[in-house]
Design a protein around this ligand. Structure first.
Ligand code: ZN
Length: 327
């Protein structure tokens, strides 16, 4: 069973709910990707359904706990994303509604739906789900994980208990990675890039594509520092064609710009991005105001790529804007 590092307060609250029987039927768990949102969602499902919990703490060894952890429990359901942008759609909502009125077939009498990584869920889909969330069957629970609460309509938010994951320390991340059996050297380089974000550290070690995107982010930063418009545009276009890939690269570049803005004011400030040396160099070549503008235009492009905007168009505009800011 995977141990959850950090987020103790959040876990305590979930356990208190489970042990008191005053459980929230709808939860929103916000936080960065890799910060343990899904792990915590599963934990709540375990707390609700475990065969022998102690004070709301799931045992972690019964077949229910183990099956939930392996994502094979028939009553812990991950609805499918059937929308065009790889998001949840009205079809998803309809399927969930139809399924939610079928009683669960397990001793705990619960059914839990985990909508992982909600992004760009359109209003129609949310409104379709709203009725179910407003008056759920007594056995049904809904957990939404997302980057930010602002993904949802206020009507949905008002029906949910909202939590935000907090980052772990680098020490905790290193400990978690060591426990997963990774070597010291790979742990060091992963923590160097992704700090206390255990999920992203794991991906960095396991996923060659992510390592490539980190390298790309570093070379983009380098092009910005050298004010090399051509290299910047070639780099941006090599970020790929998949929205998620492009967004991930932009998000890392954005953190770097944010770090540069912070470092421009305080050279000893802590950084959150994957390339401190680059952020330091960038902060040396930009004013804090320029770095802040850089951050905001990258963020705008990141949002545009998440919507139905043409990726080449968004990247071309971004390249031009960046050169205008740094030039
Ligand atoms: Zn259990």
């Amino acid at each position: 069973m995977k141990k959850i590092y950090g987020n103790q307060q959040l876990i305590d609250t979930l356990e208190r709910m489970a042990s008191s029987g005053r459980t929230a039927h709808s939860l929103i768990i916000c936080g960065d990707r890799g910060s343990g949102r899904k792990l915590i969602a599963r934990y709540y499902a375990r707390a609700l359904m475990c065969e022998s919990p102690v004070n709301g703490k799931p045992c972690g060894v019964c077949s229910v706990c183990r099956n939930i952890d392996k994502d094979i429990h028939p009553d812990v359901i991950f609805p499918k994303k059937t929308g065009k942008l790889g998001n949840y759609s009205v079809e998803t909502a309809r399927e969930v509604i139809a399924d939610a009125y079928i009683k669960p077939n397990n001793s705990s009498g619960c059914k839990v739906y985990i909508f992982a990584d909600c992004r760009n869920v359109d209003d129609r889909t949310q409104n379709t789900l709203l009725k179910l969330i407003e008056e759920p069957p007594e056995y049904a629970y809904f957990i939404f994980t997302c980057g930010s609460k602002s993904e949802f309509l206020s009507t949905i938010i008002s029906r949910c208990v909202c939590f935000t994951t907090s980052p772990c320390t680098e020490e905790e991340a290193a400990e978690a990675l060591a426990e997963s059996g990774f070597g010291q050297q790979e742990i060091r380089s992963a923590v160097n890039c992704f700090h206390g974000n255990i999920g992203m550290c794991e991906s960095y070690i396991n996923d060659e594509e992510l390592r490539k995107r980190v390298d790309l982010t570093k070379s983009l930063a380098d092009s910005i520092i050298r004010k090399d418009e051509y290299a910047l545009s070639v780099g941006l276009f090599s970020a790929g064609r998949e929205r998620d890939d492009v967004r991930e690269t932009l998000s890392m570049l954005d953190m770097l710009a944010r770090d540069a803005a912070v470092l421009a004011k305080d050279g000893n400030a802590e950084t959150i991005g994957c390339f401190r040396e680059g952020a330091v160099a960038l902060s040396g070549s930009l004013t804090a105001y320029q770095a802040a503008k850089l951050h905001s235009c990258i963020e705008t492009a990141w949002k545009a790529v998440g919507r139905n905007v043409s990726i080449p168009l968004a990247l071309t505009a971004l390249g031009a804007e960046i050169m205008e800011i740094v030039g």
